[in-house]
Design a protein around this ligand. Sequence first.
Ligand code: BTN
Length: 251
Amino acid sequence: MHNSQNADFKWPDHYQAIFHETITSTNDVAKDMAVKGAASGTIIYAAQQTKGRGRLGNQWISPSGNLYYSLLLRPADLHAKDAGQYSFMAAVALRKLLSEYLDSKYDIQLKWPNDILIDHQKISGILLEAETKSDGFLEWLVIGIGVNLKHAPDHAANLSKLSPKNSDIHGFAKALTGLLHTGIEHIQKDGFEAISQEWLSHAYRLGQEIKLRLPTGEGKGIFKGINENGALIYTNEAGEEKILSSGEVFF
Ligand code: BTN
């Protein structure tokens, strides 16, 4: 482990980044630190995880050389129902960064709720975890991000195979932090609307048919957009507009 403030590159102000070559899960360590009172802006990032976690209880296979990154935030006055907005903000920031590594012939799309795809193959996933106070507002929020910088499972995208630019883990994490910082300021100052519009302008299968895996079984719908909390808006086969919040459905 080392404190990256001492490395030969500078991180944005107000962020304290700690690098581990190998870790259990950057989200687990960041959450543990949050409970113990770590400051907003603490970043845990690693080159390898032994217990990486994905959404919906999935494992996140985490070989050495990819980026595993978690940012702890303590946003003032963020209600739990609005917390999902931060994963859309992170997806937009990550998309911007990836676009700096890739030729414009590649299509970088955002798949609801929080995957980043390059030419239909997943390159990155986001796992948001939070603790809520009794009044419904957040005590802390951890934004966990995995990016396939050097390795990818079958049918997933690998940045080093697509980009001529060296995807150095420290440089990538530092640039990501800068873009997240801009996104956080944007959302806190101007609200979710602009970020939601930007996310939608790159949304995968917007206006098209999607298959939904619902608690009641499989269904089909047309993907219409997202609402002010980031929930999915679709029309069902009867043409009725429906809303599903993240975690209840995926396609
Ligand atoms: C998903 O697509 O299911 C979300 C994957 C999130 C993986 C990242 S890697 C860094 C952080 N630590 C974890 O254990 N998970 C997240």
